[in-house]
Design a protein around this ligand. Structure first.
Ligand code: ATP
Ligand code: MG
Length: 870
């Protein structure tokens, strides 16, 4: 079976068991501060499992793009070195939310593997949780009992808490799990060593393929467990590993998922796969990482220097570095693999094909810039080695290695490799200590301590903010949160007009008032799809009734910017073309930011044209047409612009102003006229192929125009109220240039005059003609003077000029060539003499100059220079 067929057979199998098949959620997570990337199939169902979202389908199944490169699951260092861990991989999964439990989950897993896919039953092993007396948990006999229908007791292995008890986090749903392992070794090998002894032993051909989690408990903040009312089945099977088993391969990289990419790498580097372990590792790293980078770009996450973007940048750099070190790639090459990737994955993930140009551009630019960094780092390392050599050392400090790691992206092994080639080593302990310190700094900054929710009353939280700005409400629950020595409260309200930060629009602030008090709400955020209101204080009586009112001025300004963003988006597509796709947006009361795909800088005319179109739409005063519950297919038929890498439900909210149609959950003006006016204040590049505009609207434009008007009037005043400012300024500039020229001419004449005077007054010492000048020339003029004198006489000549120009002292020394040949050096003289003016200088042996801080010392400086010449 091809990988395509295997993926489909999994979905078909669970569809036949009445599961709803859902699409993969994006790999990059945008609205969750606790998780940057999807690392398991269950992530997209977290809110259902926590009970915050309703259960729409009690049974679902899917294939989910996962990334395990940070946080709880980080396989990065394994990737490429082994043959079965990837950064990005697909996880096949089936779920039950309060529906079936262990019996069906286990029976279906077995049926799928052994009857549908016909895997050899003799090669399968399973694990069950052995229990934990300290937690009062007994062995998962229930699961073992169900497995015993299919497997002999010795192949049902007990596993410990680390491997066989799954927890969502420090608190929340958890439970035992049961893993299926497969032995794909040759028969001869299997006869020699019993597979049973290799399970969970990091053998590359006896590996876990499928994990079945049985969530039946809830862990509270004090560590205790309570029963979960609606039990959950959560399973995850590694798609690439499954394909390896079915296709009879010994490595994930030998399956049809990776082979075309490996071939493409081999062709570019002219190195065959399977010849040498080092080049094989490099090829696997690159084949793996190109997937991660391309998929994160299509999800809208470009490499950058912060957060998720930085993680992606480091992955790309890891691949480039392996190519550089082991495959001799000195220039960008990864971007050339996009074709092969599209060939393998383009059918299942068409966004790869539609965004191919962007993927290539972004990767190439990143590669180029990292290769430059590599060169700089290598030069730095050369310098460090030079210095070490000079002081007779063969070890460089861990601190230097850490700087290379931290600022230039040099992993320790690359530094070590270069050092080894030069017979150097590094102090690894110091390096590790530096690394540890950095990790601790990061941990302390991120540490958040949350208490358990305190439930005041049961009920659902409703957002009423599309229709109301103030609303009567009650507190449903609250908790205390501690972060960086700050303490605040999160409140969940029954009804709330507060918009929680989402889709780029900032959250509302405002107040919660009762008869006796007013509580300030600083911000509103979404956490696990729950709107939480942030306050520094808890009301004295949390059970009472309140009125929740948002800060209206802030909201109106935000809405104006949000609606203006939609109009600009549409205008950009009209002016630049339909390749313009939204890549990010941020809407606050002060301004808006909109990132989009486009390959050149926008011209002034294009910016003006975009503004013109948007402002016309504002004046046309299109009313807001809001469709709250539109089926997604219908919305797309209306031409709504959806975002790749966004997760949409089946019904969406559509926002229309005239012909502008977008899927959007934000709040908006009731008609475009309220925006007043929009103005783009900057246009820039934020990554290859991505431009950013910043704009303001409404009153902010008025204020901007006022400021510009004021500046203009002042300029006009300065120009004595001339009616035509432009002509007046041009004329002044021309006059200025002319005057400068004249002054230069006069100066030149003055210098010639000075040259003749000085030569006449020159003294002779030891046969050397000494020309001494003390005055107010600039350093440049002094240089011209010295060279002019040299033009007349270039033997037995020494010129010493000491100047103080606008309070700044300078010293100029010139020697004729014969004196230099005799061993005199102008640089040494200038440096020594410049001490008198508290300065330093440099130059060449025949000419040197120095600046300083002490004008009073100029006489002594001249005297010093002369005495040195003598
Ligand atoms: P392992 O111990 O092999 O790293 P795991 O215990 O981390 O696996 P789970 O978190 O249970 O794995 O994930 C479910 C399944 O996803 C695993 O059984 C495996 O088939 C697959 N899987 C996990 N991590 C990776 C990875 N980095 N690359 C490819 N597949 C993976
Ligand atoms: Mg793992």
């Amino acid at each position: 079976m091809t990988s395509q067929e295997i993926r489909q057979s999994f979905l078909d199998f669970f569809a036949s068991k009445n599961h709803k098949i859902v699409p993969s959620a994006p790999m990059v997570i945008k609205d969750d501060p606790t998780l940057m990337f999807t690392n398991a199939g269950m992530n997209q169902f977290k809110n259902i499992i926590l009970g915050n979202d309703p259960i729409k389908y009690p049974r679902v199944a899917d294939s989910q793009k996962c990334l395990r490169v940070s946080g709880k699951h980080n396989d990065l260092e394994e990737v490429g070195h082994d043959t079965y861990h990837h950064t990005m991989f697909e996880m096949l999964g089936n779920w039950s939310f309060g529906d079936y439990f262990k019996k069906e989950a286990i029976e279906w897993a077995w049926e799928y593997l052994t009857e549908v896919l016909k895997l050899d039953k003799e090669r399968l092993y399973v694990t069950v949780f052995e229990g934990s007396p300290s937690e009062g948990l007994s062995r998962d006999d229930e699961a073992a009992e169900i497995w015993s229908q299919f497997l002999p007791a010795e192949r049902i292995i007990n596993g410990n808490k680390k491997d066989n008890f799954w927890e969502m986090g420090d608190t929340g749903p958890c439970g035992p799990c049961s893993e299926i392992h497969i032995d794909i070794r040759d028969d001869a090998e299997r006869a020699r060593v019993d597979g049973l002894t290799l399970v969970n032993g990091s053998h590359p051909q006896v590996i876990e393929i499928w994990n079945n989690v049985f969530m039946q408990y809830n862990r509270k903040a004090d560590g205790s467990l309570e029963g979960l009312p609606a039990k959950v089945i959560d399973t995850g099977m590694g798609f690439e590993r499954l394909c390896m088993a079915i296709q009879g391969k010994k490595s994930n990289y030998d399956t049809d998922i990776f082979q075309p990419i490996i071939h493409a790498i081999g062709k570019i580097c002219d190195i065959a796969y399977g010849q040498n372990e080092k080049t094989d590792v490099a090829m696997r790293v690159i084949a793996d990482h190109i997937r991660t980078i391309a998929f994160s770009i299509t999800d809208g996450q470009l490499p950058s220097n912060a957060k998720a973007g930085y993680v992606i940048r480091r992955i790309l750099r890891r691949a480039v570095r392996y190519g550089y070190t082991f495959l001799n790639q000195r220039s960008a090459f990864m971007y050339k693999l996009t074709d092969a990737l599209c060939e393998v994955m383009g059918t299942a993930y068409p966004e790869l094909i539609t965004q191919k140009t962007l993927i290539e551009k972004v990767i190439k630019e990143e590669e180029d810039s990292f290769l430059r960094t590599l060169e700089t780092g290598i030069r730095l390392l050369d310098k460090v080695m030079d210095e070490a050599k000079k002081s007779g050392k063969t070890t460089i400090s861990g601190k230097d290695a850490f700087t290379l790691y931290d600022t230039f992206g040099f992993p320790l092994d690359l530094t070590e490799l270069i050092l080894r080639e030069n017979n150097f080593t590094v102090n690894i302990n110091d390096f590790n200590a530096e690394m540890q310190q950095q990790k601790e700094r990061a941990r302390n900054a991120a540490a958040v301590e949350t208490s358990d929710w305190v439930t005041v009353r049961e009920g659902d939280s409703n957002f009423v903010g599309y229709d109301y700005t103030s609303y009567d409400t009650e507190i449903l629950r609250y908790r205390k949160v501690k972060q960086k020595n700050q303490e605040y409260y999160q409140l969940v309200l029954s009804n709330t007009p507060f918009y929680a930060e989402m889709g780029g629009q900032v959250g509302d602030s405002g107040v919660l008032t009762s008869e006796s008090e007013t509580i300030e709400i600083l911000d509103t955020k979404k956490e696990n799809n729950l709107a939480v209101h942030i306050s520094t204080k808890l009301p004295a009586d949390v059970t009472g009734g309140f009125t929740a009112s948002i800060n209206l001025e802030k909201r109106r300004a935000t809405e104006s910017n949000h609606s203006a963003t939609h109009l600009l988006h549409e205008a950009l597509r009209e002016v630049l073309g339909t390749h313009v796709e939204q890549k990010g947006s941020y809407v606050s009361p002060e301004s808006l930011r909109f990132d989009f795909s486009h390959f050149q800088k926008m011209t002034k005319e294009e910016i003006r044209a975009v503004e013109r179109i948007a402002n016309r739409k504002i004046r046309e005063n299109h009313p807001l047409h809001e469709m709250r519950e539109t089926p997604i297919a219908e919305a797309q038929a209306m031409g709504a612009m959806a975002l790749f890498g966004e997760k949409y439900g089946e019904v969406v909210r559509v926002i229309q102003f005239g012909t502008s149609t977008e899927l959007c959950g934000g709040t908006h003006v009731d008609s475009t006229g309220r925006i007043g006016m929009v103005r783009i204040i900057s246009e820039s590049s934020i990554a290859a192929g991505i431009r950013r505009i910043e704009a303001i609207s409404g009153e902010a434009v008025e204020l901007l125009l006022d400021t510009q008007q004021d500046i203009l009037s002042e300029v006009r005043d300065i120009l004595h109220n001339t009616p035509d400012i432009l002509t007046a300024i041009r004329k002044q500039t021309e006059e200025n240039t002319e005057l400068k020229k004249q002054i230069e001419g006069f100066n030149q004449e003055k210098i010639m005059q000075l040259r003749d005077d000085l030569l006449q007054k020159a003294t002779e010492v030891n046969n050397i003609k000494i020309v001494r000048y003390e005055g107010s020339l600039t350093a440049d003029q002094a240089k011209t003077l010295a060279f002019q004198i040299r033009n007349i006489q270039n033997n037995n000549l020494c010129v010493v000029a000491g100047c103080v120009n606008e309070g700044k002292p300078s010293l100029t020394i010139l020697l004729s060539d014969d004196l230099v040949a005799k061993g005199l050096n102008a640089v040494n003289i200038a440096r020594e003499a410049a001490k008198e003016i508290q300065g330093g200088g440099g130059g060449q042996p025949f000419f040197a100059s120095a600046g300083g801080k002490n004008p009073a010392g100029i006489k002594q400086a001249i005297a010093k220079a002369l005495s040195l010449v003598r």
